[in-house]
Design a protein around this ligand. Structure first.
Ligand code: SAM
Length: 285
């Protein structure tokens, strides 16, 4: 039985047994591998980096979709950048109050193969009538669109290869322009214990643009090295300070059925360890 060794870090990593090979090929842009692992279910990797597994994807997708949507409280238009596996789309689609979802994925191959091999990620949501699917570079899209969104979710690969542009000041600036008055941008921002520079880099850019910016975290076994962070940039500073009762009421109103996310997790996720606060220049005593 072969093993899959993740190559994200040169000196530390994780190993999956390939209990069944499902697919391996070069898409137009990336090397894509899909296999079954007895513990984690179907696993997808792009360019040597694990992207998603059936077993723990719910943590990542629920935390990136519901936090900004519930915090905003009146979301009609959502933009997802990346997210080719369809898991983010599934979680956004759970909100029946949302009228339109635009998803901009650079690699059509990821979508097609995910529909085939990871159908539980999208659960048919690529057929949701509210979806407008655009195959394009997310950077190009946000720099040209005239649309405005209450929530933008950047569900990208790490900042190497095609996703590098999604971690630049130009990208955050363009997202800021496309957000409505009370809008929120969230982006996947790696695991700070392993990728502290990524966090510092994002912090240095968000602080020049957003009236309120911070990070929140969740531990997702697949993204090794401890909790991972998500960046939060908002045009309304009250959205990050909502009382528990408000969050509970909104979650109830949305009739959300979740496996990880709840109101207490929502609030607690913004509490960051001291070394992370130091790295982003927000030390506390
Ligand atoms: N959950 C994953 C993680 O954190 O490792 C990310 C999953 S998702 C599969 C990432 C998607 O971002 C991929 O499908 C990739 O093709 C897409 N992507 C990368 N660069 C992009 C860009 N510039 N514009 C739009 N999509 C991009």
């Amino acid at each position: 039985m072969a093993d899959y060794l993740e190559t994200l870090y040169p000196d530390y990593g994780q190993r999956f047994t390939i209990d069944k090979e499902l697919y391996e090929a070069q898409t137009d842009l990336q090397r894509l591998v899909i296999f079954h692992n007895n513990r984690m279910g179907t696993v997808m990797a792009l360019d040597g980096v694990i992207q998603t597994t059936e077993a723990d994807e719910f943590i990542y997708h629920e935390m990136m979709a519901h936090l900004p949507i519930i915090a905003h409280g009146n979301v009609k238009n959502v933009l997802i950048i990346g997210g080719g596996d369809g898991g983010m789309l599934r979680e956004v689609c759970r909100h029946s109050s949302i009228k339109k979802i635009t998803m901009v994925e650079i690699d059509a191959g990821v979508i097609e193969l995910s529909k085939k091999y990871l159908p539980n990620h999208s659960q048919g949501c690529f057929n949701d009538p509210r979806l407008e699917l655009v195959i394009a570079d997310g950077m190009e899209f946000v720099s040209r669109t005239n649309q405005q969104y209450e929530v933008i979710i950047s569900d990208s690969t790490d900042p190497i290869g095609p996703a590098e542009v999604l971690f630049t000041e130009n990208f955050y600036q363009a997202c800021h322009r496309c957000l409505t008055e009370n809008g929120v941008l969230v982006t996947q921002n790696g695991t700070p214990f392993m990728q502290l520079d990524e966090l510092k880099n994002t912090a240095s850019k968000l602080q020049n643009l957003f009236i309120d910016w911070h990070f929140y975290q969740a531990a997702i076994p697949t993204y090794i090295g401890g909790a991972m962070t998500f960046a939060w940039g908002s045009k309304n500073e009250t959205l990050r300070q909502l009382p528990l009762a408000t969050l509970q009421a909104r979650i109830k109103q949305a009739a959300l059925k979740t496996r990880y996310y709840n109101a207490a997790i929502h609030q607690a996720a913004f509490a960051l360890p001291q070394y992370v606060l130091t790295a982003i220049g927000k030390e506390q005593n």
